[in-house]
Design a protein around this ligand. Structure first.
Ligand SMILES: NC(=O)c1ccc[n+]([C@@H]2O[C@H](COP(=O)([O-])OP(=O)(O)OC[C@H]3O[C@@H](n4cnc5c(N)ncnc54)[C@H](O)[C@@H]3O)[C@@H](O)[C@H]2O)c1
Length: 240
């Protein structure tokens, strides 16, 4: 039975992907910084049909010790990890760079970029020993160079995640690790993410943006089903 670990999976896309993996009979490890929401998500997934086991582990991805503990927890429970998804993310308030506090800048860069780098480094170290496994990182607004007022720090992080993941895929291929490295591009999804920033502040979406979200926005379960099927069927060593 295969095992998947997903960061930031107490709600939104992460939770929807976890549910889909459960339906596909994976062992599923969900994790999040928010304990109460995580336990509720765990109970929800556990009540669904599925042959694998379900576990949860609290993990703040901005803390390296938490990431290490999540990896050790999953290995202790399931021996190896087949798919690791760096999904945890935070949005920024709708402000220009000079209106953001340094604290908010740090939060966005730490969750959206640094955590993806550190988690990838640590889990890669384990997967290399097994000579198998797959790491997926989530792209977002900015990955394709799009720019918009109020999304500078988020876009900067996601653009960097794209470069980082492509570069890691190349390293993995050249070093013959046997580990798949890929990017997931969910597009616009109607989740709490688009209305609430990582610091808890409400995001005031301009009318123009609301219209775009209404037309282009998808439900996270629809996107999750698509992405999970792609991951399960992906056999390419690197996924550029
Ligand atoms: N919603 C969109 O339109 C959209 C579009 C493109 C990409 N994305 C990306 O998809 C991913 C999931 O987004 P979502 O819409 O499901 O968001 P969401 O806000 O619904 O879920 C994000 C989860 O990450 C968790 N999280 C935040 N900080 C954390 C931390 N320090 N440690 C651990 N967990 C933490 C939150 O508690 C939450 O459960 C993110 O990487 C996001 O950037 C979202």
């Amino acid at each position: 039975m295969k095992t998947v670990v997903i960061t930031g999976s107490a709600r939104g896309l992460g939770l929807c992907m976890a549910k889909r993996f459960r339906q596909k009979n994976f062992n599923v490890v969900i994790s999040d910084i928010k304990e109460e929401m995580l336990i509720k998500a765990y109970e929800e997934i556990l009540s669904m049909e599925g042959k694998g086991k379900v576990s949860y582990c609290i993990c703040d991805v901005t803390k390296t010790t938490d990431i290490s503990e999540l990896i050790n927890f999953a290995i202790n429970e399931y021996k190896t990890i087949d798919i690791w998804i760096n999904n945890a993310g935070v949005n920024q308030t709708d402000k220009a760079l000079w209106e953001l506090s340094e604290k908010e800048i740090n939060l966005i860069l730490n969750v959206d970029l640094k955590a993806t780098i550190i988690s990838s480094k640590l889990i890669m170290g384990e997967m290399i020993k097994w000579n198998k496994g797959a790491i997926y990182n989530i792209e977002g607004y900015g990955s394709n160079d799009a720019m918009m007022l109020g999304l500078n720090m988020y876009g900067t992080s996601k653009k960097a995640v794209t470069h980082f993941t492509k570069a890691l895929a190349k390293e993995s291929e050249e070093k013959n690790t046997g580990v798949i490295v890929g990017r997931l591009s969910p597009g616009i999804m109607i989740t709490d993410f688009i209305t609430t920033a990582g610091n808890g502040e409400k995001i005031n979406l301009p009318e123009k943006t609301k219209k775009v979200y209404n037309i282009l926005g998808d439900y996270p379960d629809v996107i999750a089903n698509f992405l999970v099927n792609k991951m399960i069927n992906n056999k390419k060593i690197t996924c550029k």
